[in-house]
Design a protein around this ligand. Structure first.
Ligand code: NAP
Length: 254
């Protein structure tokens, strides 16, 4: 297969979480591959920055200021794509609390953003792909936390485990229509989220994570974006219901 398999010219992609970190790296890479990229996020200045960067590189970006937990708002934004070929449902939040201290409102918020936000994005994209007979690709955002568990990861890990189940289930349901659904489950990636979460301890945590990787480093957003590009493009034409793990070979970080 030629490298043209990565060419996304004439395709439209929708990326949630596009204002920051991994989502921004995905939006930029999909645009560099030729896609028109609809960028969605809550963070308006970050969104504008991503769109400006794509345009400065000669690409086409359409920003949408939207909360992924607002199904109606998200539907309007996805419908603005008219014919989405690619959905990358990346937006998410981090939360950590011991099981015995976890409050209902923490669990609800994390499930709302990290699971329902991904579910809504998948549903809206899949509906349009089916209506227009588009043999599209949907990429969801899970996490290495699904494989490992870990202290404090109840809410976050439960939401990401639900994303894995959504990915596998939807893949079986829309596969007969030529639509593929895959997840990425990254390891430790250096982003504003991990910076915020480990405020003041980034260097120590990164050194620990790097030691646990055979590659001797933590991940960068671009490492995940390349996995998303692969799953979004025809290069992965025979991949569906899969979980791809850009994690530097870290199998058990705890
Ligand atoms: P990030 O830099 O914080 O980016 C996440 C983006 O999502 C932010 O712009 C955030 O906006 C946005 N967002 C949050 N809630 C939203 C909502 N309700 N509606 C719309 N946008 C919303 O984090 P990241 O590290 O790139 O994480 C991206 C995804 O990768 C997440 O799903 C995360 O769980 C997953 N992940 C990250 C790692 C890692 O090590 N970084 C590892 C595995 C998986 P605000 O800033 O305004 O909240």
């Amino acid at each position: 297969m030629a490298v043209d398999a990565y060419d996304l010219t004439a395709r439209t992609a929708f990326v949630t979480g596009a204002a920051s970190g991994i989502g921004r790296a995905c939006a930029l890479l999909l645009a560099r591959a030729g896609a028109t990229v609809h960028c969605a996020d809550l963070d308006l200045p970050g969104l504008d920055e991503t769109a400006a960067q794509i345009r400065a590189e000669g690409g086409t970006a359409v920003p949408h200021h939207v909360d992924v937990t607002d199904r109606t708002g998200l539907r309007k934004a996805v419908e603005a794509c008219e014919r989405p070929h690619i959905m990358a449902a990346i937006a998410g939040i981090m939360h950590s609390s011991p099981v015995l201290e976890t409050r209902d409102e923490d669990l609800d918020r994390v499930l709302d953003v990290n699971f329902k936000g991904v579910l809504y994005a998948c549903q809206e994209a899949a509906r349009l792909m089916l209506a227009h007979r588009i043999r599209g690709s949907i990429v969801t955002m899970a996490s290495g936390a699904v494989d490992t568990g870990g202290p404090g990861l109840l809410c976050y890990g439960a939401a990401k485990a639900a994303v894995v189940q959504l990915t596998k289930t939807l893949a079986t349901e829309v596969g007969p229509h030529g639509i593929r659904v895959n997840a990425v489950a990254p390891g430790w990636i250096r982003t504003p989220m991990t910076d915020r979460h480990e405020a003041g301890a980034q260097d120590r945590i990164e050194a620990l994570m790097a030691r646990r990787s055979p590659l001797g480093r933590v991940g960068e957003p671009e490492d995940v974006a390349h996995a998303v590009l692969y799953l979004a493009s025809d290069a992965s034409a025979f991949m569906t219901g899969q979980i791809l793990r850009p994690n530097g070979g870290v199998a058990m970080p705890w």
